[in-house]
Design a protein. Structure first.
Length: 185
C-alpha cells in the first residue's frame, strides 16, 4: 500500500510553500488625501528572525487536507512583508517609491525601513501565528527618526471539525499580516 501511494505524483513530503494575498482592505476613512502628495521611500525590511534567512516559517503537526509536508515555507519573507506594507500605505493614499526607483527616491519626503523579528505559523491542535515587525520612519531631509515602533500580531485558532486546507492556512496568515500592516499604517 505504501509503495502504491508513493508512486502517485500528488504525494510529496516536501515543505508546503505559501503565497500570501497582500492586497489591503481599507475602509473609506482610512484613505489619506493630503493637499500635496506625501512620498515615502521604502527600503526592504530586514529578516532578523532567529532562523533567517531560512524559508521555513513553521511546522505542520496536524492533518491538512491538501498538504502532505511537515513544514510551511515562503519564498522570501522580507519581500512579502515589505510588499504588504507598501501596498497598505499606497492604498491609503501615500505615494511610494522603492530603493529601485533611484530617480524618484530623491524626491521622497520620508524613508520607511524595518526589521522582521518574528514571522511564524505552526499548524497543530490549535493553529498559532506570530508576526512581530519593527518599522522606522525617517525624515529624508534631516535624517532624524520621526517614529519607530514594533507591531505584533499573535493569535491562535481552532481549525474546526473539517480541519485545515492550504487555502485556509493562507487566508489566516494573510489576515495576520494585513493586521500588522494596518496597525503600522
Amino acid at each position: 500500500g505504501v509503495t502504491g501511494c508513493t508512486g502517485m505524483s500528488s504525494f510529496s513530503l516536501a515543505p508546503a510553500t505559501l503565497q500570501l494575498d497582500i492586497a489591503p482592505k481599507l475602509a473609506p476613512g482610512q484613505i489619506v488625501t493630503p493637499k500635496s502628495p506625501i512620498v515615502l521611500r521604502w527600503s526592504e525590511y530586514t529578516d532578523a528572525r532567529p532562523a533567517a534567512p531560512s524559508r521555513k516559517i513553521g511546522d505542520i503537526k496536524a492533518t491538512v487536507l491538501d498538504i502532505h509536508g511537515t513544514e510551511l515555507v515562503m519564498e522570501n519573507v522580507a519581500s512579502t512583508v515589505t510588499a504588504a506594507m507598501v501596498n497598505q500605505l499606497s492604498a491609503s493614499g501615500f505615494q511610494t517609491v522603492t530603493e529601485d526607483g533611484k530617480a524618484a527616491a530623491g524626491s521622497a519626503d520620508f524613508e520607511v525601513s524595518g526589521v522582521i523579528r518574528e514571522f511564524s505559523m505552526n499548524i497543530g491542535g490549535r493553529d498559532e501565528v506570530s508576526i512581530v515587525v519593527e518599522t522606522t520612519l525617517r525624515d529624508t531631509r534631516r535624517g532624524s527618526v520621526l517614529w519607530s515602533g514594533a507591531v505584533a500580531e499573535k493569535a491562535d485558532r481552532y481549525a474546526g471539525v473539517t480541519g485545515n486546507t492550504r487555502s485556509s492556512i493562507t487566508r489566516y496568515l494573510s489576515g495576520a499580516l494585513a493586521k500588522v500592516s494596518a496597525k503600522t499604517r
